[in-house]
Structure formats: structure tokens, C-alpha cells
Write a protein that binds this ligand. Structure first.
Ligand SMILES: [Zn+2]
Length: 241
């Protein structure tokens, strides 16, 4: 079988046969890759410790007829600080599950790979709560091609620093008071600014914003509505094994 080399982050694992496991990786150059790790559930397996969920590994994969096969794996990074932090593990699960569900195999995903890597480093480093969750969702939406329109009213184009704006998930952005409807939620000017920064900047940068956590807590629900409207799935910590 021909082989190829890549680097992947483990985003999901499913037991297969008696001692095997199908591992789903996100890679930059091949997108999502599913590959069989043979004998990985045996106690003496030499590769098991290199294929942990959320870990990043250098891989040699053999191209199979149906599924690729892991022929070598070497762990290069693992979020060790996450082990005892249940709130942050839940967030990491939700991030990996979102990437797993919404990524098709066979398309290069360099931006998504960079985002997931950055997000896992952030939660491993202690990031928790609404700010990092809102940041991940807005960045993830951006990578998937769904950026909320936050520059002017999406209906009339009104752009006014002092006006009261609302966020309308179904219309894809902010609307002015006149164009707001029963489904629009208020989005303050500071919150609009925060959302713009979150859509564009790395987490280490936005983590410095003093009122970021409070603004994120107040507006996370609006982002959730937008996320579900466009991606058709809610973002919930689900158990991934
Ligand atoms: Zn308007």
C-alpha cells in the first residue's frame, strides 16, 4: 500500500473490531482523515499513547481501499493541563466535535487546522468561559464562510456610531431599530466592536480586552442562534471518546 506523511490532531475515535480503533484526524493538507489504528486497544500497543484525543501527532498513513491505516504515529503535543479541568475539557470536546461533524474529508483545511490548534492551546493554558467560547464560534463560522455582517444595518445600510443596533441571526448581521423584529436581540456598540475583534484576532490578543468576558456572556446566545441557523447544529459539549 502506498503511504503518505502528515500531521494531525485527533478529533474523534471509535472502537473497531476486537482491538482496533478508527481515529479521525484533522490535518492541514488533507482535511479530515479517518484511519484504522490496528491493535491500539491492546495493553502492549506502542502507538496507543500517541493517538490520544486532542493530541497532535506526526503520522505515517497507508492508503487503504476503504480506510487508511496508521502505520506510525509520534505524539508532538498534548494538552496535559486539561486532564483535571472538567469545564475546559467540556469545551475542548465541543470544539473537536464541531470540527468532526462539519468537516468533509479530502479538502485541505489549513485555516481550520490553525484555529483548532490555537483553541486547544488556549484552553490548555487556562482559557475558560464565554469569551473563549464566543471567540471559537465566531472564528469557526468565519473559516466555514459564515461571517456575521457587523459593519452596518443589513437591511438599510445605516451606519451610525451612536445608534442602537440589534443582532438578527436569520438575516446574518446587525439591524437598526427600524429594521429590528421580534427575533432580533440588542447588540451594544461595545459588543459589536468585540465581535469584530473576535472574528479577526488570535485568542491571546482578545483575551486582553478588559470587558471582554462580560460582553461575551451577555451576547453568547445571539451567536448561538446564528451558529445554529447557518451550521444546522448546536454547539454543545458532547462526549467524544
Ligand atoms: Zn436599518
Amino acid at each position: 500500500m502506498p503511504t503518505y506523511q502528515t500531521t494531525g490532531i485527533v478529533i474523534g475515535r471509535t472502537n473497531f473490531g476486537e482491538a482496533d480503533r478508527i481515529i479521525r484526524f484533522l490535518t492541514a493538507d488533507h482535511g479530515k482523515v479517518s484511519a484504522v489504528a490496528k491493535g491500539v486497544r491492546r495493553i502492549k500497543s506502542r502507538t496507543a499513547g500517541h493517538l490520544e484525543l486532542f493530541g497532535e501527532a506526526s503520522l505515517t498513513l497507508a492508503t487503504g481501499r476503504n480506510l487508511d491505516v496508521v502505520t506510525a504515529a509520534r505524539l508532538s503535543w498534548y494538552p496535559h493541563q486539561l486532564i483535571a479541568a472538567y469545564d475546559r475539557i467540556g469545551l475542548a470536546y465541543a470544539m473537536a466535535a464541531a470540527v468532526d461533524r462539519l468537516t468533509e474529508p479530502g479538502h485541505p483545511q489549513p485555516k481550520l487546522y490553525a484555529l483548532l490548534s490555537e483553541a486547544l492551546h488556549a484552553v490548555d493554558g487556562g482559557a475558560t468561559g464565554a469569551l473563549v467560547e464566543l471567540w471559537f464560534k465566531l472564528r469557526f463560522l468565519e473559516v466555514q464562510g459564515y461571517r456575521p455582517d457587523l459593519t452596518a444595518c443589513v437591511i438599510c445600510g445605516r451606519h451610525d456610531q451612536d445608534a442602537q443596533y440589534f443582532f438578527d441571526a436569520a438575516r446574518g448581521g446587525i439591524v437598526c431599530q427600524n429594521d429590528s423584529s421580534s427575533t432580533s436581540r440588542p447588540l451594544s456598540q461595545p459588543a459589536i466592536k468585540l465581535w469584530r475583534l473576535l472574528s479577526d484576532y488570535p485568542y491571546v490578543t482578545v483575551a486582553q480586552i478588559a470587558d471582554g468576558p462580560a460582553l461575551a456572556t451577555a451576547t453568547l446566545l445571539s451567536c448561538d442562534e446564528f451558529y445554529e441557523h447557518h451550521l444546522g447544529r448546536s454547539f454543545k459539549p458532547g462526549l467524544v471518546t
